[in-house]
Design a protein around this ligand. Structure first.
Ligand code: 1CP
Length: 340
């Protein structure tokens, strides 16, 4: 039914003629046409208005030729669905109403999930229409730990010290919060799948700032629950940035593929998980700041080091806002010209 199903075939473990390619944060950030819409409409208008969500999500398919689309939205919608105010401040990033006290955590509201996400179904249906079955659509959510980071810290941070202090000082309260986020996330992913998302990815962007012991207690079990809840419906990709030490355990969750950040070598990942695990990644996003010929060489070398097959070509984290379209295209075209 989907014309270019290279990405889906790879996630199902089939051997393919070449690796599929897409990149994290491809739907916003750097395309000039996106910048025009960014000037005109607020962030959540772009997410919730079906016509804008469709335009933005489809843009990288038409303009850079990737093999999969990722829904234009944000991981922080889960915080909104729990009743917290989220403001996207231009040039600064998100600022959230925090929840840290016992009463604030108890007030995180799971009653309103379906009402809050009423916008999502028409938005996703519009995106699917815009894609005309050309490529699969990836739905996504943040991991519960990564959401807790923002809900406790109230904004981005280099070390998320407040979030770590919270799980250390009041671990039981933290687990109440993680449970609620997990439940809201499962519901939201089900909505995305019902509306037509073909694959889902969980972004554990701040997984790698935890020690292994803390990771196994505060992140992994919740990612595993989410994976088990939806994996029989669509393939699940787990991207735990920097959590190289947990690859074996992430691999045992039943996820279809594991995303790798650029600080994990493909050789190491293969040694831990074996040749059958499907990896996604992992070019350093800063590489795309270089000239197109440098990008092409680095991309080819990266693909070589995965050893052929069972690989989705991607970056090791989101594309940087200053990336030039020519360099993004060189990345995509190198993957497309890579014969197995
Ligand atoms: O108006 C704007 O352009 C604001 C910038 C922006 C955009 C384009 C934000 C604020 N979110 C998004 C979209 C977004 N976020 C997508 C959509 C698809 C795409 O761009 O391809 C996705 C998948 C995300 C996911 C996301 N949001 C993550 C996980 C991935 C990652 O990069 O680690 C995280 C951590 C966020 C939080 C967030 N939202 C926005 C910003 C600037 C941030 C980071 C805040 C910080 O920690 O400093």
């Amino acid at each position: 039914m989907i014309k270019n199903d290279l990405f889906l075939r790879t996630l199902h473990g089939e051997s393919t003629e070449r690796p599929p390619v897409w990149f994290m944060r491809q739907a916003g950030r750097y395309l000039p046409d996106y910048m025009v819409l960014k000037e005109k409409y607020s962030f959540f208008e772009r997410v919730q208005n079906p016509d804008l969500a469709r335009k933005i999500t489809v843009m990288p398919i038409d303009q850079v030729g990737v093999d999969a689309a990722i829904l234009f939205s944000d991981i922080l919608v889960i915080a909104q669905s729990l009743g917290l105010q989220v403001d996207m401040i231009p040039e600064k990033g998100p600022v959230l109403q925090t929840a840290t006290t016992e009463a604030e955590v108890a007030a995180l509201n799971l009653e309103n999930t379906y009402e809050f996400f009423r916008y999502a179904t028409p938005a996703i249906e519009a995106v699917k229409e815009g894609l005309e079955n050309r490529v699969p659509l990836i739905g996504f959510a943040g991991s519960p730990w990564t959401l807790l980071c923002y809900i406790v810290q109230g904004q981005g941070s280099k070390d998320f010290g407040e979030a770590k202090k919270f799980i250390l000082n009041v671990p039981e309260r933290a687990k109440v919060m993680l449970e609620k986020i997990t439940e809201a996330t499962i519901r939201y992913l089900e909505i995305q799948i019902d509306a037509g998302c073909d694959v889902v990815q969980i972004f554990d962007s701040w997984g790698g700032i935890l020690s292994p012991t803390m990771y196994y207690e505060f992140s992994l079990p919740y990612m595993e629950r989410i994976t088990k809840a939806v994996k029989d419906r669509v393939p699940v990709i787990l991207f735990a940035k920097g959590a190289w030490y947990a690859l074996d355990k992430l691999n045992a969750t039943g996820a279809s593929a594991l995303g790798l950040s650029w600080t994990t070598s493909p050789e190491y990942a293969r040694k831990i998980c074996g040749p059958k695990t499907i990896f996604q990644g992992n070019l350093d996003p800063a590489t795309l700041l270089a000239s197109p010929d440098v990008v092409a060489k680095a991309t080819k070398k990266m693909i070589d080091s995965f050893g052929g097959q069972n690989h989705v070509v991607n970056l090791g984290h989101g594309v940087l806002p200053t990336t030039r379209v020519e360099s993004a295209k060189a990345f995509v075209e190198t993957a497309k010209a890579y014969p197995y």
